[in-house]
Design a protein around this ligand. Structure first.
Ligand SMILES: [Zn+2]
Length: 65
């Protein structure tokens, strides 16, 4: 079950993350600034998960009218 692609991760900025213990997926440089983005993305993800169907239905309703 441990056959995930365990090569290097790549930070959104394009840098390769060599630290295998890096759980954020961000290079040290981006970790400071990137945490904000990750936090925002996480919040957006939670909102979409919670209200996603409503939002999608709303958009579809708008498109149909
Ligand atoms: Zn980076």
């Amino acid at each position: 079950m441990e056959k995930k692609n365990k090569s290097e991760k790549i930070c959104p900025c394009g840098r390769i993350i060599t630290n295998p213990n890096n759980k954020t997926g961000l290079c040290p440089k981006c970790q400071k600034t990137g945490i904000n983005i990750v936090t925002i993305l996480g919040i957006v993800g939670i909102i979409i998960k919670k209200h996603g169907s409503k939002v999608i239905k709303g958009v579809l309703t708008l498109l149909k009218t």
